[in-house]
Design a protein around this ligand. Structure first.
Ligand SMILES: C[S@@+](CC[C@H](N)C(=O)[O-])C[C@H]1O[C@@H](n2cnc3c(N)ncnc32)[C@H](O)[C@@H]1O
Length: 373
């Protein structure tokens, strides 16, 4: 038995939800208990005020902490879990529904208007969102939680009927059919009429994988990552983002997961996993080392008047480095860093060029003077 205590300003919104179908039966069978409380009743202010204008200005009204905290304190027991319904919370999914179905008491706090005074967060255990959109209040989200959690409580629906549901085991459900056998030219697949349950199970599993791959490849990837370990390669170029899985838990051997069909595997002769910051560090070290060598060589030719060949060689090497900076390093290190290095190299080149020009001028001068004699 799981008990839900809902704290809301609009209790009537729950009437239909609690008095129909599976949820109604689960309450009657005492498999779940749902109490709806209006936290306005816990306000000590005039007219049972529960909200006020936001500090700092802005639109809308903000729910005060006090009535909600007092309601929580009255409902709370030793094993209670207090959940704040909020679009800013962790996104709700089947796994969370499974985990929460093992709790014995959930207090669901529904917001309204602009939301809650931030300090309410000191009094709750978890903030949950039902999706990336904003609703007018937390009533529908708390009904979503109660509904999805309740159907996982043993006895609420037929045992085992949720085992193949979408999202269990990170797969979507298989296709289902009912009478008639043929509808407007569309036939029920033969295998489902065969009576061979082993074959039917295999077909259903295959369809689950096929459908998940097509509609929700992210779920398949997550499943493999979960089963295989921390590292996986996802082929971003393929349409269905097919996944190549590797296991590097024990050593640096990359082993394809046995459960994966051959068609899911890509053949890779060498895999290198590099942290992006590491590329940056190595690239900078390389550039700085190469520039230091060029500076040393430039220094030598600047101090040796006779080494014209050496000077030409160093000028050629500087040109080559400038080209590498633009074609190879700019994509890792960015243009700002590359421009700085280009200025350094340009200064080196200027030094050598000036020296060579000066030498040529002296030689010309001496040749002319020789002729003049
Ligand atoms: C209009 S919303 C307030 C939204 C808030 N200003 C924000 O942007 O985060 C009012 C209340 O509805 C509930 N709510 C709205 N969208 C929700 C969602 N996606 N999941 C869970 N609760 C939601 C929350 O209880 C929230 O306090």
């Amino acid at each position: 038995m799981i008990k839900f205590d809902v704290l809301t300003l609009f209790p009537n919104m729950f009437d239909g939800f609690l008095s129909e179908s599976i949820i109604k039966r689960a309450i009657e069978d005492k498999l779940i208990k749902v109490d709806i409380t209006n936290f306005r009743d816990y306000s000590d202010l005039k007219n049972n005020q529960v909200d006020d204008t936001p500090y700092g200005g802005g639109e809308g009204m903000v729910l005060m902490c006090d009535p909600i905290v007092k309601a929580i304190e009255e409902k709370k027991k030793k094993n209670s879990k207090i959940i704040l319904m909020s679009p800013q919370g962790k996104r709700f999914d089947q796994k969370m529904a499974m985990d929460l179905s093992k709790e014995s008491h959930l207090i669901l706090v529904c917001g309204h208007y602009e939301g809650f005074d931030e300090r309410i967060k000191s009094f709750i255990d978890e903030e949950i969102s039902i999706g990336d959109y904003v609703l007018t209040g937390g009533e529908l989200p708390s009904m979503v939680l109660i509904d999805s959690i309740s159907r996982l409580v043993p006895g609420v629906i037929t045992e085992g009927s949720y085992e193949n549901d979408s999202f269990m085991d990170n797969l979507l459900d298989y296709p289902t059919y009912t009478k008639p056998r043929e509808y407007r030219g569309m036939k029920v697949p033969d295998v489902l009429l065969s009576g061979d349950h082993k074959k039917i199970d295999e077909w259903r599993k295959e369809k689950q994988i096929e459908s998940t791959k097509e509609k929700r490849p992210d779920l398949i990837n997550e499943k493999i990552i979960k089963e295989v370990g921390k590292y996986s390669l996802i082929d971003d170029n393929s349409n269905n983002k097919s996944l190549v899985s590797i296991n590097i838990e024990d050593s640096y051997n990359f082993l394809p997961n046995n459960k994966i069909k051959k068609s899911d595997l890509a053949s890779i002769s060498k895999v290198m996993i590099v942290e992006p910051t590491f590329i940056d560090k190595i690239a900078r070290q390389n550039v700085e080392k190469k520039i230091a060598i060029l500076m040393k060589q430039a220094n030598i030719v600047l101090n040796d008047e006779t080494d014209d060949e050496g000077a030409m060689y160093v000028l050629g090497e500087i040109d080559r480095m400038q080209g590498l900076l633009l074609t190879q390093y700019a994509k890792y290190l960015g243009m700002e860093y590359v421009s700085l290095m280009q200025i350094k190299l340009e200064a080196l080149k200027n030094g050598i060029n000036t020296k060579m020009m000066a030498k040529m001028n002296i030689q010309n001068f001496e040749t002319k003077r020789g002729r003049g004699r």
